[in-house]
Design a protein around this ligand. Sequence first.
Ligand code: NAP
Length: 417
Amino acid sequence: MECYNDRLVPADGEAIQALENKLNIPDHPIIPFIEGDGTGPDIWKAARTVFDAAVQQAYGGRRRVAWYEVFAGEKAYRLFKDWLPQGTIDAIRHFHVAIKGPLTTPVGGGIRSLNVTLRQLLDLYVCLRPVRYYPGVPSPMKRPELLDVVIFRENTEDVYAGIEWRQGTPEARKLIEFLDRELGKHIRPDSGIGIKPVSLTGSKRLIRRAIQYAIENGRRSVTLVHKGNIMKFTEGAFRDWGYELVKEEFPDVCVTEAEAGAAAPPGKILVKDRIADSMFQQALLRPEEYDVIATLNLNGDYLSDACAAQVGGLGMAPSANIGDQHGVFEATHGTAPKYAGQDVVNPCSVILCGSMMFHYMGWKEVSHLIESGITEAIRNKQVTYDLHRQMEGATKLKTSEFAAAVVGGMKAAITAA
Ligand code: NAP
């Protein structure tokens, strides 16, 4: 019998297969999950209730997920004396799609990070962050609903490649001397050094995924966000390679702002670019003009959190790390350990991760139902403590009660349709 971390694989499911960069999803896919530390178990229980109800409602028993627990973080350490057992990595590699709750980052060295390890091993080069407003969520903006963007953030290069040398080390000195001697570039001798690689391959594959997403989901524009006015051969090259890709691979579907102005002809996707600092202003002042965004790692880090804050939903924001053959979906918030086991925290981030996951799998009906359920629950002001304390006249629900409200909201949305 097949097993990972000494746990048998469910007998009532099948593995997702990857065929030429396309996933083949069986009707009963095995999906590994990591429930997470701290409040993770409360959240996972609620999220799974919502997922199973949505799949049942969408397909009436024809399709079903065979959930398979894999381990990382504190639970893995308790069970196996290993924060990230090899079996967990092997299972996610084998089953292609996985979902995880928040994990404690243990203090002290020598611990592998699950995110970094998986990103490297499975080449998960897209960090995907959709940001949209759910009516009723408290927001600092007057019209938060105008922002509806999907951010594709490059996940493997730029400063995230982590190529750095500490000030005063022989390596930093050697590099400074080399640059001075060989390339005539002078750097203050007491500097730390970081390298910012941005490749043609890494940029094009990220931008390609963003454009493909825009095509498949009827989106209107793709904006390349960069700081190319200052860093011409990294950030500027990202923009240039993006436009090159449009010409090479999408000439019939895309039109650039230089060719068409601010509005693309009907049926075409407008490709434009913005300098990163201007993009932050635009997201606040003209949010309705932006749709899919493709950007480098550091810009994307800042921009996705800033956009999420605009819609009031930093604690509700979902995210995914995606490669050609794998997708790992995860909450953006931490373990909130002081609330562990109390059934009080907001499970929306993991629930929305699930919605993204089903969308990625092509089970769009499920994704749509989950979104409708959340929209309905929040519109009815049935919320957990974090939103309750900021909303007038809301009902405060426990985590499990909120899950039930989302399931009720899905049914109401179907009846209304
Ligand atoms: P945190 O767990 O995100 O909690 C900070 C505060 O955010 C909480 O006290 C709570 O605020 C609010 N919050 C977080 N999750 C919430 C939820 N589901 N519902 C409602 N409110 C929520 O951040 P932290 O305390 O800095 O980190 C705790 C542990 O999580 C650390 O070990 C950290 O490394 C880890 N972490 C993991 C991830 C991940 O796995 N993706 C991400 C970030 C942090 P109030 O008290 O004001 O209600």
